[in-house]
Every structure is written in structure tokens, then in C-alpha cells.
Design a protein around this ligand. Structure first.
Ligand code: E4P
Length: 221
């Protein structure tokens, strides 16, 4: 399972990349706004800055909701860097645009997927990735992990090549459950990735090993 970081924060992207486990980045308009990145020129430059940090796919989202607008924006984004993946919303013109991009060899990530039916449509159109938002489903009392399992099952049975990119991750347990379910990729905030490191028995065990080593040193001195 690949690990993407879900942020537009360059410091966090560098930290995850230096950690050695990063395979790519996803952004969205809300994450860009959170970093204070506004205006077309600044937004495009920021995507290039991200691509220069990480050797892996970087999702850059279109704002248009009509076919011509999505194509215009998507083609401009794809020209920025070879690793840009055009992130397209799960709407009718979005599906048409995914088909168009797929024929042109431009990678896509179909975003805002909340059902198996939507996932099937995006796969049929040739999306490189689909992003089911599991945390937002959990927020409204639907089981996001169950949706990931259902989509994994369908894609295996149907032999769809589209990768399942589990998004809207809220906890380290989400990451573990996505791995168990067979997601191809998770995209997560940095804190949930780093929380995978934590176990109290690791901390207690390490403290004891170091204390015992130091005791042994004193005896031999
Ligand atoms: C996916 O690509 C989105 O950027 C993201 O995972 C949404 O997460 P949120 O529900 O925490 O905003």
C-alpha cells in the first residue's frame, strides 16, 4: 500500500519525505487555502514546489465543474510536471473529462467518491485513482471502511486497473484498516502517519534496554 500525505504544507511534506515512507501527495482547494496559497499563479507555483520535494504522484484539483473548464484547467496542470495527477470531481462532466484525459495519457484522481456506484463509473472512464472519503462517511454514521472493502472487492472481481486511494483519513486505525481491506493507497495527514509509530510497550521496553545497558557499563568501569 502506498502512502500519500494529504496536505499543501511544504514543511510537513518535507518531514514525511525525509521519514522515507512517502509515495506521493494529495491536495485540495481547502488545503491550499489553509496554507494561504491563493491566486492562479501562486497555486501553480506551489504545485511545482511540491513536485520538487517528492518523487511521486501529486494530485492537483480543478475548480471548474463544466467539461470545457475541467479540460482547460487539467491540461494546464498536467503541463506543470510529469508527476501531476489531475484531480476531478465525481460529477457527470468530471467523468467525461476523466475519459478524455485517460485517452490522452493524462493521469487522473476522481475525488469526492462516496459510493461503490460512483467508484465503478470512474473506473469505467479510466481514472488512474478514485478517492473514497472514508472519514466524511464516518462523520455521518456510515462505515467508511466498509465502503473501501466493497470497492476493493468489486475492482478485483471486475479486474479494474484504477487504484483505490482511501482519503479523508482521520486516525492511525483508519490506515491499518485500509491496509487490511486492500486499498492501493492511503492519503493521510502527517499526524495519523506518525501515530503509527506509537506503542507504550515500545517506549517502556526501550527505556529499560537503555537503562540496563548503562548499568552494565558502570559495572565494567
Ligand atoms: C482527498 O484527496 C482529500 O484531500 C482529503 O482526504 C479530504 O479529507 P477531509 O475529509 O479530512 O477534508
Amino acid at each position: 500500500m502506498k502512502f500519500f500525505i494529504d496536505t499543501a504544507n511544504l514543511a510537513q511534506i518535507k518531514e514525511a519525505n525525509d521519514f522515507g515512507i512517502l509515495d506521493g501527495v494529495t491536495t485540495n482547494p481547502s488545503l491550499m487555502a489553509k496554507e494561504g496559497i491563493t491566486g492562479e499563479e501562486n497555486i501553480l507555483k506551489h504545485y511545482v514546489d511540491i513536485c520538487n520535494i517528492v518523487e511521486g504522484d501529486v494530485s492537483a484539483e480543478v475548480i471548474s465543474t463544466d467539461f470545457d473548464g475541467i479540460i482547460r484547467e487539467g491540461e494546464a496542470l498536467a503541463k506543470l510536471h510529469k508527476n501531476i495527477v489531475v484531480k476531478v470531481p465525481m460529477i457527470k462532466d468530471g467523468i467525461k473529462a476523466i475519459k478524455y484525459f485517460s485517452k490522452k495519457g493524462i493521469k487522473t484522481n476522481c475525488t469526492l467518491v462516496f459510493s461503490a456506484g460512483q467508484a465503478i463509473l470512474a473506473a469505467k472512464a479510466g481514472a488512474t485513482y478514485i478517492s473514497p472519503f472514508l472519514g466524511r462517511l464516518d462523520d455521518i454514521s456510515f462505515d467508511g471502511i466498509e465502503l473501501i472493502k466493497q470497492i476493493v472487492h468489486i475492482f478485483r472481481v471486475q479486474n479494474y486497473q484504477t487504484q483505490i486511494l482511501a482519503a479523508s483519513i482521520r486516525s492511525p486505525l483508519h490506515i491499518v484498516k485500509c491496509a487490511e481491506a486492500g486499498a492501493d493507497v492511503i492519503t493521510s495527514p502527517l499526524d495519523s502517519i506518525l501515530a503509527l509509530l506509537k506503542h507504550p510497550l515500545t517506549d517502556i521496553g526501550l527505556e529499560k534496554f537503555i537503562a540496563d545497558h548503562n548499568k552494565g557499563k558502570k559495572i565494567s568501569e
